[in-house]
Design a protein around this ligand. Sequence first.
Ligand code: HEC
Length: 144
Amino acid sequence: MLKSHRFALIGCVVATLASAGDEFKPTFGNVMLEFASRYSTLYYSAKASNWELAKYELHEFVEVQEIAEAVRPKHKDQLKEFEDKHVSKLEKDIEKKDWESFKKDFAQTTKACNKCHQDSGYSFIHYKLPSHGVEFLKMELDKK
Ligand code: HEC
């Protein structure tokens, strides 16, 4: 009797811990906000020819994408396609430090962001580039 109670208690603690674990999982919306922030910084760092920052932001962006895939596995294929078709082009532009090509590919990528929102039933979520980069990061490198 006492023993079964103890097992019931352990079961309860395990269930509580498991659900607490779930609570700490980011939502897809959380992940998307970081996506949007890094994506905007990506644009303004490339524009300022701070290619090192652009490279860093794109790297972090891909990591965020992996979190998105884990949080919402049903979007995994769309996200992979998005990476293969668009993110890979931005990567090459950054490598070549080619702002003109980056600008074009960025515009196409933005269309793909919003197409996915539309296809997922969120056509009211339309990303637009902010008028400047985040205030807390310097986009231009100091001229030496
Ligand atoms: C796999 C499809 C997909 C792709 C690709 C995608 N999104 Fe999203 N995004 C969503 C979905 C779905 C939501 C709605 C949030 C939810 O489902 O919880 C969303 C929400 C958002 C939001 C609103 C977050 C909030 O809670 O206010 C922003 C901002 C956003 N996305 C930006 C972007 C940007 C920028 C890109 C491209 C760089 C992008 N998204 C690419 C599917 C996508």
